[in-house]
Write a protein that binds this ligand. Structure first.
Ligand SMILES: O=C(O)CCC(=O)C(=O)O
Ligand SMILES: [Fe+2]
Length: 496
């Protein structure tokens, strides 16, 4: 097995579409167990009911008829039957089902996983500038999806933001939660309650959130909208604060759209001006005369090209399938105190590494990448396969090393270039965006993006700052190859 296995890390689901598919299977197993548990309890209830009815009918106030037989009959009953009933009542039921659920517990998504998913939703809201009412009804950036949010999901997002003191974002979600609840049928409300949702608590949290934002008038209005005896004291407190505080209500500032917000939606404006040339590349290596690559130059400085159709759909599929069982959340940092892995929210994807000789497809890609780029590949790094999840993204970063200390430890030098292969189409969102260059590239199965991270002097190009826009729909698969600096003296000789 050539896949590099890292230390065992607990599965994180929210950061990868593939992992979520596993969760679906898991849920089916759990439901099956719950169903047999119900059957077993049901059978026992029926049994006990039948015995009880029999006993009520045959042994009651009329049991003693003054004759010997009736006395003996009753005596036998009292000695034997109740002991039997007790035994039945004491017998533990559904042990194996209970055990299954207990042992499955470590595989349930963790609370931080759900939190991460909540932040994914909020990220999409922010970057794509969505209205909450649109999100909850499944309208995402102009596309109507077949799923909507109920009170429960809306509350989960609200709570996650609130817990992290993100009141400005949490309060609108709480408002949305309460408004969804108002539109909910009595029957559904009952189910929510069964699942632990408490509407009074939510209302209270909303009022507290408003107070955190110094929105005292709104807090009073919220209290009066649903006056409850336990809120009278709070009402007094709000009124006091309103009179004594000079703080202005905190509201969402309305800044101009950021490049991220502009470019993640539908591509950067004026991007077509950057389209320098588009043609067949036949000259990089002699091999290309036989098999030219469709090449689109996106930028000259830093140098950036997009190759089309360099991986066949079958090759992509093979790599996806090889990766699937090994994908893990590896973008983690470690808590210095207890050494437990903590999630790095800057990068929400699951990944796996391939060495360059892992399998035939990778070996072929390695040769092809050499022909495409004219770089020497011998010492370059392992291939990194990525799959993103709910609202998955990769925070703006550069690929070269910014710290001289880290660089010194790397025998193969800095990352002179990056090749990013796209192994799937992404129907909505998920572009790779270079905000300082106004370039955004939509993932298209078979395409590969190459850019130089270092300038001609070998210095890091900060203009290569890039990010993966959050994914709205689809499963984004990308394969990253970083090319090292040290093997290239004959391939990139023009360094000044
Ligand atoms: O997934 C993307 O579009 C970007 C990935 C990336 O920048 C990286 O892995 O360094
Ligand atoms: Fe990167």
């Amino acid at each position: 097995q050539n896949l590099e296995e890292s230390e065992v890390v607990e599965q994180v689901y929210s950061t990868s579409v593939v992992a979520m598919e596993d969760l679906l299977e898991f849920n089916a197993d759990l439901l099956f167990q719950l169903d047999s548990y119900i059957d077993i309890l049901d059978a026992r209830i029926n049994l006990i009911r039948r015995i009880a009815h029999y006993m009520m009918k045959h042994y009651n106030r009329d049991s003693l008829q003054g004759n010997l037989l009736s006395h003996f009959r009753f005596l036998r009953h009292m000695q034997k039957d109740w002991a039997h009933v007790l035994e039945l009542m004491e017998q533990p039921l559904g042990k194996s089902q209970l055990l299954f659920l207990k042992e499955s517990r470590p595989h349930y998504p963790s609370a931080s996983d759900l939190e991460e998913g909540s932040f994914g939703i909020q990220r999409i809201q922010q970057i794509y500038r969505l209205q909450l009412k649109d999100i909850v009804s499944g309208l995402l950036d102009g596309v109507q999806h077949g799923t909507s949010f109920s009170t429960l999901e809306s509350f989960t997002v609200a709570r996650a933001l609130y817990r992290r003191y993100r009141y400005l974002e949490a309060v609108p979600w709480l408002e949305q939660t309460l408004s969804l609840y108002e539109q909910t049928s009595e029957e559904a409300r009952e189910s929510y309650q069964l699942l632990g949702f408490d509407v009074s608590q939510t209302h209270m949290l909303y009022i507290e959130g408003l107070m955190k934002l110094n929105r005292y008038e709104d807090a009073l209005e919220a209290i009066d909208r649903d006056p409850k005896p336990n809120l009278w004291r709070l009402r007094d407190r709000v009124e006091m604060l309103m009179m004594s505080s000079n703080d202005l209500p905190l509201g969402k500032p309305n800044p101009p759209l950021t490049t991220l917000q502009l470019c993640c939606r539908g591509g950067c404006p004026y991007r077509d001006m950057h389209r320098l040339t588009c043609g067949y590349n036949t000259t990089v290596t002699p091999f290309l005369r036989l098999a030219p690559f469709k090449t689109e130059i996106l930028s000259l400085s830093p140098y950036m090209v997009l190759y089309h159709d360099v991986i066949t759909p079958l090759e992509s599929e093979t790599l996806r399938n090889l990766s699937r069982p090994h994908m893990k959340r590896r973008a983690m940092t470690y808590n210095k105190l207890n050494l437990r892995p903590i999630i790095d929210p800057k990068r929400t994807s699951n990944s796996v590494w391939f060495k360059s000789n892992s399998n035939a497809v990778i070996e072929r890609l390695e040769r092809r990448a050499g022909h495409m780029t004219n770089f020497e590949m011998v010492y370059s790094e392992v291939y990194q396969m990525l799959n993103y999840g709910i609202g998955g993204h990769y925070y703006p970063h550069v690929d070269h090393f910014e710290s001289p200390e880290v660089l010194k430890q790397r025998k193969i030098g800095d990352r002179i270039a990056t090749i990013l292969f796209y192994l799937s189409d992404v129907p909505q969102g998920g572009a790779t965006l270079f905000p300082l260059l106004n370039i955004s590239v939509r993932p298209r199965q078979g395409d590969a993006l190459l850019w130089y991270n270092l300038n001609d002097r070998g210095q890091g190009e900060m203009d290569t700052l890039h990010t993966s826009c959050p994914i709205i729909k689809g499963s984004k698969w990308a394969l990253v190859k970083w090319i090292d600096e040290l093997s290239q003296p004959f391939r990139r000789p023009c360094n000044r």
